[in-house]
Structure formats: C-alpha cells, structure tokens
Design a binder for this molecule. Structure first.
Ligand code: ASP
Ligand code: MG
Length: 416
C-alpha cells in the first residue's frame, strides 16, 4: 500500500492512515509513505535557498513546526522515542542544508529525501503506539540505484536481493513493513531520489519483487479520474482500465500515478488498485490486463507552467540528425524532460515544464549554434479518446501555439 502526502497532511490524516493499515494488517503488508502534505515542495524551496546561499532558518522552522504539531496532537502526553527520532532527523536536515555538495542535484536528493524520513518516522511510531507489530526498514538500504541524482535508475538485481533478504523474513514474522517512498541509495550509500511523485514507483518495485497479490494506492479522490476533479466538476471515476491505458495517462502527466509505476506490475500481472482513503468500502479503480473499458470515457490531462523553446539554425539550414543530437544532449544533461516536440525544416520546438534555471542553462549550451526563442506560462492539454467538440470547448478563445494529433490522443499547447 502507498499513502501519499495529501492523506497525511495532519494528525487526523495519520490516524486515518493508521486505521487503514490496521484494517489490512491481518495479511502480509508493506506500507510505502511519501512526505507529509506539501513537505517536498517546502524542502525544494529550502534546497534552492541553501544552494543560493540565502538564509534558510525561517523555512526550516516551518517544516519543523508542521511535523511537531502533528506529533503533539498524536501524542499529547509525549512519546520519547519518537521525539528523539524526530529531533535526529531535524539535525540531519540542518546538516544537509549546510553541507557542501558536488552539484545541485546531489544537494537536492540529500535535502528533499528527509521529507519521507520524517513521515515514515511519524507513521511508524503511531502504529507502534497502537500495538501493531511494525518494522521500519530504510528504503536507502533496500532500493539500490545508480547515481543519477533526482531521477535515479533502479538496480533491480541488487534491489531484489536486499528486499528478499530483509522484507520477506519480516513479513513472515507477521510484522507490517513500513518504508519511505521516492528514495534510494547508490552503490556508495549516497541518497538518491526516483523523480517527483516517485513513491508510487517505490510501491510497484516492492510489489514486483515480493510478488504481491495487489498494490493499492490510497487517494483523496474516488479512484483514477478521467480529469482532475479540482478543474473539471463533471470528472468521473474510471472503474477499470488496462495497464497500457494507465501508462499512457501517466506518461501524459495524469498526476494520479507516476509513469514508471505500471511496468513492474504489468510484467507480473499484479493489479494496481486506486482507492479512496476516506471510505475503504467504495468500489476502487482496478488497473489490470483487461482492456474492455479502455476509451469508454475521454480523459483530460492539463499541465500548467509550460515553456515552449523554439530552436532554429543560425543560417536557416535544415534541422537534421546532427543538430537534434546536440539539442537532445542539452536537454538530457540538464535533466529537462520533454513533454512535446515538433520539427519543421529549419526549426525545432520543444515544450517542457517551466524551470528557469534549466532553461537558462539549456540556452547557454545551444546559443552559439542556434537561434532561440521561448514563451513561458503556457498550458499543455492532452485528451485521450478525444472528439473535436470536446477539444474545441477546451481550447475556447485561447491562443494555440502547437497541436499534435494521433488517432487516440490530441495535445494542444496554448496560452490562457
Ligand atoms: N514526496 C515526493 C513528492 O512529493 C514523492 C511522492 O510524493 O511520491 O514528489
Ligand atoms: Mg507527494
């Protein structure tokens, strides 16, 4: 089971999560947690400030306060073990903020990963206090990765060995295993992360290796929706969809599941269940091999804060393979994930998530050989199983920058 930050944003949330774990703890259970509330965003800001040499104390105390408030509410009489564990983690965070790093990505993983360390510590001590036999296993000792900070690749061989030797015996011993989503460690033991929202992927890795009966992602919505209910009031829950359809939706940015989550489950035919944490009796979304319901509803995915970078050659010569290689290398080196691309004879347009530091650095790498223009503040809308009426309605009066269509999917980049 994986529990996201939105479900654990306060003490009531932790209590509810604890209740669900208890409800399902009669069977062997691995619990993966992500950071509490919006802690990861807060840690990202802290990381940026520390890298820029700006003061971090105010933001540090904000993160600390949020966690201590939850602790105080859960344990009005105190809990010395948890209190010691939390203060150790805040010492770690303070140290991480003041350390020297080889690059900003290494700093990021060291600092941002502490969000999951904190949440797992809280959930673990809460479960113990409820008398649930639980063991907290560090994902840094279980998930082995390469050293590609912020988007590390899993070393499946090694990870399989460690999970088999540490997790299986714990489950056999009838203890609930709790661990951190999103984080791992490289062969030198340095902390790495698996990409934003990567806790789902962590749950899938465990599911695959322990041959789980199913993997459940608990959500604060009824299941996997065909659109974000916060934006579209008539969004509906999808009752069932295939792994393939889920991979497509996740790839285009449906924030409900991390794109890498499906593959490890698909290969072992392990169902992925997306269900509402506020009522475990409701029918969830089931993601399996069954393709019968795919396409029954149009799905809409909206991504804000997009940049469109248009790249053309200085002398209006063609954009050909050798230019493309240079362009892709620049994106890859700067870890900028491309959401949409299109080329014409003399120019190549790339849409990616707004990150001004990455943009500046990509421009820096390409400016000697190319002419570069960019627009920011764009919105990328993807519709799976579209019809023209729906697409036109979504576009409305907006200015369209780019459109791409296949039989099943349309993507429109526009400015509102
Ligand atoms: N806490 C991390 C994030 O917010 C990982 C996750 O939530 O899955 O990106
Ligand atoms: Mg999260």
């Amino acid at each position: 089971m994986k529990f996201g930050g939105a479900l654990m944003k306060d003490a009531q949330g932790i209590t509810r999560v604890g209740g669900l774990i208890e409800e399902f703890s009669c069977e062997p259970l691995v619990v993966v947690v992500s950071a509490i509330g919006k802690t990861t965003n807060a840690l990202e800001i802290l990381c940026e400030k520390s890298q820029l040499g700006e003061p971090v104390d105010k933001d540090f105390y904000k993160v600390k306060k949020l966690h201590l408030e939850i602790y105080n509410e859960l344990f009005p009489q105190g809990n010395s073990q948890m209190s010691i564990a939390l203060s150790d983690l805040f010492d770690d965070l303070w140290t991480a903020l003041n350390e020297e790093y080889q690059n900003r990505y290494e700093a990021y993983d060291n600092i941002v990963s502490i969000g999951e360390e904190l949440s797992s510590c809280i959930v673990y001590h809460y479960l113990v206090s409820k008398g649930i036999k639980t063991r907290l296993l560090s994902s840094k000792c279980l998930i082995s990765t390469d050293s590609n900070y912020t988007d590390a690749e899993v070393n499946w061989n090694y990870t399989t060995k460690t999970i088999n030797s540490r997790v299986i015996p714990t489950l056999e011993n009838r203890e609930v295993v709790i661990t951190q989503g999103f984080i791992g460690a490289d062969s030198l033991g340095k902390t790495t992360t698996l990409g934003r929202e990567g806790s789902d992927f962590t749950a899938a890795i465990f599911g695959n290796i322990i041959d789980a009966d199913e993997v459940t992602i608990w959500k604060d919505v009824p299941g996997l929706m065909n659109a974000d209910p916060a934006r579209f009031e008539n969004a509906v829950k999808l009752d069932s969809l295939s792994y393939h359809e889920a991979i497509e939706l996740a790839y285009y940015g449906a924030s409900v599941i991390h794109p890498k989550t499906i593959q490890p489950l698909k290969v072992k035919n392990i169902p992925l269940i997306v269900r509402p944490y506020y009522d475990s009796s409701l029918e969830p979304t089931r993601i399996t091999n069954n393709t019968d319901s795919d396409g029954a509803e149009s799905s809409i995915i909206v991504k804000d804060n997009q940049i469109l970078l248009s790249i053309s050659t200085q002398n209006l010569s063609f954009i050909a393979e050798n230019n493309l290689k240079q362009i892709f290398d620049a994106f890859s080196r700067n870890k900028a994930h491309i959401n949409l691309m299109q080329n014409s004879a003399v120019s190549f347009s790339v849409c990616f998530n707004e990150d001004l530091i990455k943009l500046e650095s990509i421009i820096d790498e390409l400016k000697d050989n190319f002419k570069l223009r960019y627009n920011t503040g764009l919105q990328l809308i993807t519709v799976r199983h579209y019809n023209d009426e729906l697409v036109n309605k979504l576009i409305g009066e907006s200015k369209v920058y780019l459109v791409q269509k296949s039989r099943v999917t349309v993507q429109v980049l526009l400015k509102r």
